[in-house]
Design a protein around this ligand. Structure first.
Ligand SMILES: [Zn+2]
Length: 91
């Protein structure tokens, strides 16, 4: 399956929020923590063991809520993206 790195920015202020290794095609509904590639301040999230320890994903500039903690496939930590809060940044 094709994998590519995509960057998501805040729709309100254009700030880069997350770089993510996306698999396959189709819309982006959630992001798995294990596939977050950057920015560096997000990488410690991979050490988080449970959903209740996962902070909401917010914009570092304007604090807009981008993603809510979620569980995918029963055990994998993820963020469910808030529709309309983000946009793809073309690189
Ligand atoms: Zn923002």
């Amino acid at each position: 399956m094709a994998t590519k790195i995509i960057s998501l920015g805040c729709r309100q202020c254009d700030n880069l929020v997350v770089e993510y290794k996306k698999q396959g095609t189709g819309g982006l509904v959630r992001i798995l923590i294990e596939r977050i590639q950057g920015p560096p301040h997000l990488l410690p999230l991979k050490q988080v063991g449970k959903k209740s320890d996962l902070p909401p994903l917010t914009c570092g500039e304007c604090a807009a809520l981008i993603g809510a903690p979620a569980i995918y496939e029963g055990k994998r930590l993820a963020y469910r993206l808030i529709k309309g809060s983000f946009k793809k940044i073309l690189s």
